[in-house]
Design a protein around this ligand. Structure first.
Ligand code: SF4
Length: 569
């Protein structure tokens, strides 16, 4: 179990502490949510000095277990006003763990824009006024020049500095592409602390060692086999998450025209299969890419232009759904360019895609006009009135423009799955302490469970509760969802528990993951209750209940009583 490094930015002081008893056994989301739950007043201003920003490595981070290097970023969210954890791949969590830390907790507020560097000698602060307003891509190049290429960078763009509600936190991959802890406006919390970037150099450190090495090796072998045996694995490896475009479109749940249609006539042109064919003709493109060392699934990609210049890595399903079909845009290059601008300025592509769609519904720009949409996204970095409106996310933009149909829960734009046809996921959107988000507990049809009907109005609470609990546990381990979901079956799950037990030297029972996930949801729910959330906040917008979704005619009709049975502890 790593230590906790506390950074007091107001006084530029560093304190290293052994893991306090109340946080023992936690990592990733579990640790960040418990710290927020105990140390941040629930009614605190998310952008005020009482809020804390936590960068937490998962329980398995820094080990050789595949796909376990996700970094959890946690705080009270300025977007939802509740507890928030957003996680990203990249190399930061593994480096934090190898330096001996489970979390870096940022407290207070620096007097001026600051850069924090952590290495084996501790932490150092550098004034960073020269980085004011610098985009993430340029920042990465400057940091590499200054500190070499063994580092990982966690940073914000101009959107975080000016505290936009959709501002995100960027994390570099080992080859210096950008992954994003996108959701909930955590980039604005980082900006409110005047922290431009965290640079981590783990030179001279070693992988985290297991207490029982033989048992650990054996369990890890079983885990790797189970991950590689996942029938969905080859699709994710060869096509990446955009493989979902045609699948979700065929379910009639692909968000189109601000969630007014479930199928998009231009779906094929923004599909993963089309993207791969395009990539074959483009120099330097990589349809398959690893966002972290040790990944054995490789669902990411490197999307280039015709000359071979990198536009973005990776171009993901959620971005394609929210910035593509949902805005009626069927041009992958245009979506990739919008994605790049979002990464550079530092905002969440999903909330921004949702904001553009509501702006289209309000008539600010025409449906399908990719050029106008790209130009609007560029306005975020120029801080025009329209840019600031869009940069504050879907709910803010929709309300400002007087749009009635705003697809959000607790202030956060929904993911790229219409809940009228995927009702278990709709229950997750409604009840997750995180606000509308698929990663909080994705529920999809599963060939292993043919009796589950995603369109039935009943029987949705249990699968949502199960997946929310599992995801809270996975996020606490630092485990990527692509590798984590195949481990939910009883046999690989017992190997996973055995692996953690071998790592920590503690004996863990078969309910370990469920108990871990439940404890995380409990502390998050308690925080949100104290922050003022009620059951009224656990609802989808009325239009999902009242409007039939073409072509299926589905509405979201899960009874409120069933919704309210979820996350009640
Ligand atoms: S499967 Fe995808 S998200 Fe997971 S670690 Fe690999 S590249 Fe990253």
């Amino acid at each position: 179990m790593g230590k906790i490094m506390r950074i007091n930015l107001s006084e530029l002081k560093v304190k290293v502490e052994d893991m306090p008893q109340e946080y023992r056994g936690l990592g990733g989301r579990g640790l960040s949510s418990h710290i927020v739950g105990r140390e941040v007043p629930p009614k605190a201003d998310p952008l005020g000095p009482e809020n804390k920003l936590i960068f937490s490595a998962g329980i398995l981070a820094g080990t050789t277990v595949p796909n376990t290097g996700r970094l959890s970023v946690g705080a009270k969210s300025p977007l939802t006003n509740g507890v928030k954890e957003a996680n990203a791949g990249g190399s930061a969590a593994q480096k934090i763990a190898r330096l001996g830390f489970q979390a870096v907790v940022i407290e207070g507020r620096a007097k001026e824009l600051t850069l924090l560097k952590i290495d084996k000698n501790g932490a150092t602060f550098t004034p960073a006024s020269s980085l004011k307003g610098v985009g993430n891509y340029e920042l990465i190049e400057r940091m590499k020049k200054e500190y070499g290429n063994k580092i990982s960078i966690v940073s914000i763009g101009p959107a975080g500095e000016i505290k936009l509600k959709a501002a995100s936190v960027m994390v570099t991959t080992p080859d210096f592409h950008i992954r994003v802890a996108a959701r909930g406006g955590l980039g604005a919390v980082m900006g409110s602390k005047n922290l431009k970037a965290l640079v981590i150099d783990d030179t001279g450190s070693n992988p985290v060692e297991a207490k029982d090495k033989a048992k650990f090796r054996e369990a890890m072998g079983a885990l790797s086999k189970a991950i590689l045996a996942d029938p969905l694995g080859p699709g994710f490896r060869d096509i990446g998450t955009p493989v979902l475009v045609m699948m979700i479109n065929s379910f009639g749940c692909f968000p189109t025209k601000n969630y007014s249609l479930g199928q998009f006539e231009g779906a094929e042109k923004i599909s993963g299969e089309y993207m791969v064919e395009l990539m074959k003709k483009r120099p330097n493109a990589q349809p398959s890419h690893r966002c972290m060392d040790g990944c054995i699934v490789s669902c990411s990609n490197v999307y280039t232009d015709e000359k071979g210049e990198v536009i973005v890595s990776g171009l993901e399903y959620e971005t394609i759904g929210l910035m593509g079909s949902n805005c009626m845009i069927s041009d992958l290059d245009c979506i990739a360019h919008m994605n790049r601008v979002c990464n550079d300025v530092g905002v969440d592509t999903m909330d921004i895609g949702g904001a553009i769609a509501v702006a289209m519904e309000a008539g600010l720009l025409a449906w399908g006009d990719g050029k106008a949409a790209l130009s609007l996204v560029k306005e975020i970095g120029k801080s025009t009135d329209r840019g600031l409106m869009i940069g504050n996310g879907c709910k803010f933009a929709g309300e400002k423009l007087g749009v009635k149909r705003i697809p959000h829960v607790k202030g956060q734009c929904l993911s790229a799955y219409d809940p009228r046809g995927l009702k278990g996921l709709g229950v997750t959107y409604a009840t997750s302490p995180m606000g509308g988000d698929h990663t909080a507990g994705i529920v999809l049809p599963n060939p292993g469970n043919p009796s589950y009907n995603p369109g039935s109005p009943t029987g949705q609470a249990a699968p949502s509760q199960f997946m929310q609990t599992c995801m809270a546990a996975m996020d606490s381990l630092g485990l990527c969802m692509m590798a984590g979901i195949p481990l939910l079956d009883p046999v690989p799950q017992s190997s996973l528990i055995s692996c953690i037990s071998a790592l920590t030297g503690e004996s863990l029972d078969e309910n370990y993951l469920v108990n871990l996930g439940t404890s995380v949801l409990k502390v998050e729910r308690k925080f949100n209750d104290a922050a003022g959330f009620t059951e009224k906040d656990d609802r989808l917008p009325r239009f999902f209940v009242e409007e039939k979704l073409p072509p299926s005619g589905n509405v979201f009709d899960v009874p409120e009583k069933e919704i309210d049975s979820v996350n009640k502890f």
